[in-house]
Design a protein around this ligand. Structure first.
Ligand SMILES: NC(=O)c1ccc[n+]([C@@H]2O[C@H](COP(=O)([O-])OP(=O)(O)OC[C@H]3O[C@@H](n4cnc5c(N)ncnc54)[C@H](O)[C@@H]3O)[C@@H](O)[C@H]2O)c1
Length: 304
C-alpha cells in the first residue's frame, strides 16, 4: 500500500529548517499541497525572516510540487488564523497539521529565568494550541484531520538543562491525549512524534561526527508521513531517528489496595516495590479508567 497525499492540504510549522523542512519536502513529494510556515528566527527564537520558508517553497516547486510560504509566528493566534484562512482561500481545506516549530533556551533550572521559561512554553505549547485551534473546527466539519505534535525525549524522560523545554514538550503529549478523544468521532487523529535528528537545534550536543552523519532529519520524516496518512493510528507517541523507529508508552501499574486502617505513608513505603510491579500494568485509554480501577479495588470487585 503506497502512502500518498494527493488532494490533501498540509500545514507544517517551523518548516524553514531541519525536521520541518524535511517533513514539508516529504509531504509535497507524495502529492500534498503544503503551507511552509516559518518565522525565520534564530535557534533561541530571536529575530525573523521570510526567506527560510521561501527557500523551502522554491525547493518544492523546483521538484514539481505545490507550496506557499508563510511567516506567521505560531505564538500569535491572529497570524496563525490568517495563515489557515490563506490556505483555505487558496486550496479549500486543511487536512494535515504538523506542529513542528520550536526554539531552545537551555539553562539549568537554578540559572534559568521565568522569561525564558514562558517563551519556550509559549512557542512549543501555545504555538501548538494556536495552530490546532485554528484548524480544529475545519477538520470537524470536513470529518477528516491528521495532527501531529512534536514532543521530545527531553519531555518524555528529562534532560539536564532543559526544564522549560521538557515541560513544554510533555505538555503537548497531554494535549494529544485529550484531542485524540475529542477528535475520534470526526475522524481526526492526533499523534506525537519524538524525533532525534542532527539540525541546528542539536548541532552542539557533543555527538561525534560519525554518529551525526546517521541522523539527518530526512530519516525521521517517514515516521511523520505515517502519522498523518489515511491509515494513521491515533494517540501514538512515535520515536524516530537515524532509521530507528519505536514507541513510547505510558503505563499504569495495577498497584495495591490498603484497607482503611493501613493507609499510612509507612505502608506506602513498605509496599513501594509491590505497587511498582509491572505485572498487570495497563495502558489507559482515558483518565476515568484510573478512578474506575481504584473504585473497583475499594469495592472488592475484579479488575475490569
Ligand atoms: N532535532 C532533534 O533532535 C529534536 C529532538 C526532539 C524534538 N525536536 C523538535 O523538533 C522540532 C524541529 O526542530 P529542529 O531540530 O528541526 O530545529 P530547527 O531549529 O532546525 O527548526 C525549527 C524551526 O522552527 C522555526 N520557529 C521557531 N519559532 C517559531 C515560531 N514562533 N513560529 C514559527 N516558526 C518558528 C525556526 O525558525 C526553525 O526554522 C522542534 O519542535 C524541536 O523541539 C527536535
Amino acid at each position: 500500500m503506497s502512502i500518498r497525499f494527493d488532494g490533501k492540504v498540509a500545514i507544517v510549522t517551523g518548516a524553514g529548517n531541519g525536521l520541518g523542512r524535511a517533513h514539508a519536502l516529504g509531504l509535497a513529494e507524495r502529492g500534498a499541497k503544503v503551507v511552509v510556515n516559518d518565522l525565520g528566527g534564530a535557534r533561541d527564537g530571536s529575530g525573523a525572516s521570510a526567506s527560510a520558508a521561501e527557500n523551502v517553497v522554491a525547493e518544492i516547486r523546483a521538484a514539481g510540487g505545490e507550496a506557499i510560504a508563510n511567516a506567521a509566528n505560531v505564538t500569535n493566534a491572529a497570524q496563525v488564523q490568517a495563515m489557515v484562512d490563506e490556505a483555505v482561500a487558496k486550496w479549500g481545506r486543511v487536512d494535515i497539521l504538523v506542529n513542528n516549530a520550536g526554539i531552545l533556551r537551555d539553562k539549568s533550572f537554578a540559572k534559568s529565568s521565568l522569561e525564558d521559561f514562558k517563551l519556550v512554553v509559549d512557542v512549543h505549547l501555545m504555538g501548538t494550541v494556536n495552530c490546532t485551534q485554528a484548524v480544529w473546527g475545519l477538520m470537524r466539519e470536513q470529518g477528516y484531520g491528521r495532527i501531529v505534535m512534536t514532543t521530545s525525549s527531553s519531555g518524555l524522560y528529562g534532560n539536564f538543562g532543559q526544564a522549560n523545554y521538557g515541560a513544554a514538550k510533555m505538555a503537548v503529549v497531554g494535549l494529544m491525549n485529550t484531542l485524540h478523544l475529542e477528535g475520534e468521532k470526526y475522524n481526526i487523529r492526533v499523534n506525537a512524534l519524538a524525533p532525534t535528528a542532527f539540525t541546528r537545534m542539536t548541532g552542539d550536543i557533543g555527538i561525534d561526527a560519525e554518529a551525526l552523519a546517521q541522523l539527518g532529519p530526512e530519516h525521521v520524516t517517514p515516521g511523520l508521513l505515517f502519522l498523518v496518512s489515511d491509515a494513521a493510528p491515533s494517540r501514538v507517541i512515535l520515536c524516530a531517528g537515524g532509521g530507528g523507529f519505536a514507541r513510547s508508552v505510558i503505563y499504569e501499574t495495577d498497584g495495591i489496595f490498603l484497607p482503611p486502617d493501613q493507609r499510612t505513608p509507612e505502608n506506602i513505603a513498605a509496599n513501594f516495590d509491590a505497587l511498582s510491579s509491572a505485572e498487570g500494568q495497563k495502558i489507559f485509554q482515558q483518565g476515568m479508567e484510573q478512578s474506575t480501577k481504584f473504585i473497583n479495588k475499594a469495592l472488592g470487585k475484579k479488575p475490569f
